[in-house]
Design a protein around this ligand. Structure first.
Ligand code: ACO
Length: 330
């Protein structure tokens, strides 16, 4: 069974409520139908109900039985406005601004998750990453004990000798443009947990990547990665974690043995931590496009799960992301 099939099975055991702020978007509606009929989650569609119905008819989606909510007309609207105001008044948000924001299905959906009326959220078929991420960071905030939200890309590679039977978990490829050493350490530890809890990797082996392996080069960028390794060991002494490592030393047993002898990670890494967002984002796209890997993205470190799609996503991508969101919500 592939990693994503295992995720479907887990999600079906305890279907969670996943809200879609882009409720009048054709691919989202087709995905909602599949998710509902397969029992992977309980989808909730946000938007003007007439527009949702018209979009469903145009897309050929059967949404009978799926809950739809219009943020403009919902009974919960006054409660959501007051809640948003209370959450953000210290940051200068006024009641009038809160009233306007609650009309936006993105804010309404994020408030549903925050206030327990949904278990998770999926968007991004229309909106950009920042459109969802900013309100999620402002309203849902981080899990207790976690200071930074980041992302993992679950890369299902055709070569089963890589990582965990072909699965490699990459971070951070979406959120943090220039993480500090402390932030990189937190990303490494959080990603190990995602690999274990969400992907079923029994023993995450975390490599913090660089253009240097174990002191082969001296540069301030390398020093940052080395410092991140030191901090990550303090944060999570039980996690198998090493660096700085070049990707070949992290992944290829013979190279790892020669460049980093004695490392518990080198040559057998299944979690790869990139030093910044440029490296991470480029690496995942190259692995997908040149390496032929399937790529699934999740945000990690948020107190409740919200996940982003690419605007070029397929119906299947939305189904996969919703299934991952439902499992994160368990
Ligand atoms: N973790 C936790 N909280 C955060 C983080 C983080 N990583 N980043 C920002 N925040 C919080 C801030 O503390 C702030 O909270 P507050 O308002 O309560 O004080 C709030 O989020 C907003 O912070 P800003 O600094 O105003 O937000 P910013 O404008 O920096 O936007 C964002 C944050 C959206 C994550 C930004 O860093 C970003 O655009 N990142 C890159 C996204 C991107 O384009 N990714 C690549 C493409 S995606 C793809 O290829 C799949």
């Amino acid at each position: 069974m592939s990693m994503i099939e295992r995720v479907y099975e887990k999600a079906k055991r305890d279907p969670k409520r996943v809200v879609f702020p882009e409720g009048d978007e054709g691919r989202t509606l087709l995905a909602a139908e599949k998710l509902y009929k397969a029992g992977i989650c309980v989808p909730i569609l946000l938007g003007n109900v007439e527009r949702i119905r018209a979009a469903a008819a145009e897309a050929g989606a059967d949404i009978a039985g799926i809950e739809t909510i219009d943020p403009e007309k919902s009974d919960k609207r006054p409660f959501y406005i007051q809640s948003l105001y209370e959450l953000r008044k210290a940051k200068g948000l006024t009641l009038e601004q809160a009233d306007r924001l609650v009309s936006d299905p993105m804010y309404y959906g994020i408030l549903m998750v925050k206030l327990g009326d949904a278990d998770g959220l999926v968007s991004g078929a229309v909106h950009t990453t920042g459109d969802m991420l900013r309100p999620a960071l402002q309203i849902i905030k981080t899990k207790p004990g976690i200071r930074i939200v980041s992302s993992s890309f679950l890369m299902n590679c055709p070569n089963p000798e890589l990582g965990d039977e072909g699965l490699l978990v990459y971070a951070d490829c979406i959120v943090n443009p220039c993480p500090t050493a402390e932030e990189l350490a937190q990303i490494a530890v959080t990603t190990a947990a995602t690999a274990h809890d969400l992907c079923g990797v029994e023993t995450p082996r975390v490599a913090l990547l660089s253009f240097s392996t174990k002191g082969s080069t001296e540069h301030e960028l390398v020093t940052k990665v080395r410092e991140a390794v030191r901090i990550a060991h303090e944060l999570a002494p039980d996690v198998l974690l090493d660096g700085e490592l070049q990707p070949d030393a992290a992944l290829v047993p013979e190279v790892g043995a020669s460049k980093a002898p004695g490392s518990p990670v080198a040559g057998r890494a299944n979690v790869l931590i990139f030093p910044d967002l440029q490296a991470g984002n480029i690496a995942y796209k190259l692995t997908q496009r040149i390496g032929g890997a399937e790529a699934y993205a999740v945000l990690q470190g948020l107190a409740k799960p919200c996940n982003d799609l690419s605007r070029g996503c397929s119906v299947q991508d939305i189904v996969n992301t919703a299934a991952l969101t439902a499992v994160q919500a368990r």
